[in-house]
Design a protein around this ligand. Structure first.
Ligand SMILES: C[S@@+](CC[C@H](N)C(=O)[O-])C[C@H]1O[C@@H](n2cnc3c(N)ncnc32)[C@H](O)[C@@H]1O
Length: 357
């Protein structure tokens, strides 16, 4: 197993640079050194570790949730290329013997146009390979619990990255993508961002504990109301702050109060359970605004987007989040902060701040 020297990281196409900068920095923080390789817009990054076996160790020592720009990851064997097109399964069995035991194989492609074109082949080959692996007893029976899951990343009919990830330290979703159906009566596509954020950050019982009917919320930059729609769907009472018009049907629910005010000067009449913010502004300004709400005790939970600048996007995110944490720490405010570039995010990331005291 000393061959797992590289890590494959899925990211949004166009964000390879950020994904690469982030993994390089996070790896260094746990004593793993290496270098990233990628082509612009290919939708993934390969991080090559200098020390044999480091990639496998990384799957244990670096919490996946710390990675903002990575959707999914796995430690991989050297790239498999020139697989004979006649019988691709047999040589793969030999590679599989070098991986830690697993009960599941996930077959993936890059989230790009070229990647999507390979999906049909990937599905067919994945199913043939799974059968072969199970027949040989290499892949454990489905019901058996295992710490590892195998991943096969298809580059073309002859070229693959094959490897393993820790089930509990990775995304449970293929390519880390959560596909959601657009609710037909929601006022904007943005609605999917908040839905995905809740599904991503609130795990298990937190869904019920933190999204309770009757709770109160403020939505900053609310128009036309996609996020407010999600809050209303959870039976919350919402103050929607935006100079723009809100969707009429949403207003007719009687659960929304529309305030045509500036999000940066608005103060809630009393503290609320949830603050959500999708205002398009500089990340530094939005960070200060979130800090103001947290330090004043105006909300218990906040879900907000940071719209990324054109340049130095990783540095900007790092500095905004570090500032937020530093100020909360100095003020003695207990919190949990997580951030992710979600599938429905574009030039932005989503942050969840949960205040604990
Ligand atoms: C991306 S849209 C929000 C979409 C909304 N979340 C939805 O799901 O329909 C950004 C909104 O922020 C509002 N906005 C921008 N600056 C603002 C400010 N200073 N105060 C209040 N709203 C602002 C804009 O009017 C716009 O409606």
């Amino acid at each position: 197993m000393g061959q797992l020297n590289a890590v494959l990281l899925h990211c949004r196409g166009g964000f390879e640079k950020e994904c690469a900068a982030e993994i390089t920095e996070r790896c260094a923080s746990v004593g793993v050194y290496g270098y990233p390789q990628f082509e612009p817009s290919q939708g993934y990054v390969i991080f090559k570790c200098y020390q044999p076996g480091d990639a496998e160790q990384l799957m244990q020592s670096l919490p996946f949730e710390r990675l903002i720009f990575t959707r999914q990851w796995f430690a991989c064997l050297p790239q498999i290329s020139d697989l004979p097109t006649g019988d691709r399964v047999t040589p793969m069995l030999e590679w599989a013997r070098q991986l830690p035991q697993a009960a599941e194989l996930m077959v993936e492609v890059a989230d790009t146009t070229e990647g999507r074109e390979l999906q049909g082949f990937a599905r067919k080959f994945g199913s043939a390979l799974s059968q072969g692996l199970r027949r040989e007893g290499l892949l454990l029976p489905r019901k058996q619990r295992s710490d590892w899951r195998w991943h096969l990343f298809v580059l073309d009919g002859k070229t693959f990255w094959f490897g393993a990830t820790r089930v509990r330290n990775s995304s449970p979703l293929a390519m880390g993508i959560r596909r959601l159906k657009f609710p037909k009566d929601a006022p904007s596509r943005s609605t999917l961002k908040l839905e995905e954020a809740w599904l991503h950050f609130l795990r298990g019982k937190q869904q019920q504990e933190k999204l309770v009917p009757g709770m109160t919320a403020v939505d900053l930059g609310a128009a036309p109301g996609g996020w407010t729609w999600q809050l209303v769907r959870k039976d919350m009472h919402v103050i929607a702050v935006d100079n723009g018009p809100m969707n009429d049907d949403l207003m007719e629910t009687g659960q929304v109060e529309h305030r045509r005010e500036d999000a940066f000067t608005f103060a809630p009449p009393k503290p609320v359970d949830w603050l959500v913010c999708d205002v398009v502004d500089k990340p530094v300004r939005v960070t200060e605004l979130m800090l103001q709400w947290a330090l004043n005790g105006w909300c218990r939970e906040a879900m907000f987007n940071l719209k990324l600048p054109m340049k130095k996007r990783f540095d900007e995110v790092e500095s905004c989040l570090a500032h937020l944490e530093e100020q909360l720490h100095l003020a003695g405010v207990g919190y949990r902060l997580q951030a992710k570039q979600l599938y429905h995010d574009r030039e932005e990331i989503t942050c969840w701040l949960s205040l604990t005291s």
